[in-house]
Design a protein around this ligand. Structure first.
Ligand SMILES: [Zn+2]
Length: 134
């Protein structure tokens, strides 16, 4: 385990299993019909426990970002510079992630992105790149 490993338990296991297969999962609340991310056992909007897993489209738009040029925490040190970002998922939730394969000068608020997964040790971490046509 490293400092960057996500906290995987019985509850978040389906999320990481889906990620390993290339799918981003969200949680949809049956009571208020809102979607959230990162997965929680309770709906953060109405506190209902009646929340189910749902596969996301993987589409998002860029909300904001910060290009990180220095990070001493492994494994980030080997990866700088990288674009730490917040994206708006098509389904509504905002998600902290990383934008990959886009030059720093090409990053634009509202640019269309799609999810891909980067293998990090035991897990596949969702990152976002430019959405391909179609
Ligand atoms: Zn709810």
């Amino acid at each position: 385990m490293t400092a960057a490993d996500p906290d995987i338990d019985a509850f978040t296991r389906p999320y990481w299993d889906a990620a390993a297969e290339g799918h981003l999962l969200l949680r949809r609340c049956t009571a208020c019909d809102r979607v959230h991310h990162y997965p929680r056992e309770f709906c953060p909007h109405c506190w209902s426990e009646d929340v189910t897993w749902e596969r996301a489209s993987g589409r998002a738009t860029l909300y904001t970002w910060s290009v990180v040029h220095r990070n001493d925490l492994p494994p980030f040190g080997e990866r700088v510079p990288y674009a730490a970002a917040v994206v708006d998922l098509a389904e509504g939730p905002r998600m902290m992630t990383e934008v990959v394969d886009v030059a720093e000068g090409d990053l634009r608020i509202g640019m269309e992105l799609e999810v891909s997964f980067r293998r990090e040790g035991e897990v596949a971490v969702p990152v976002f790149g430019v959405r391909s046509e179609g």
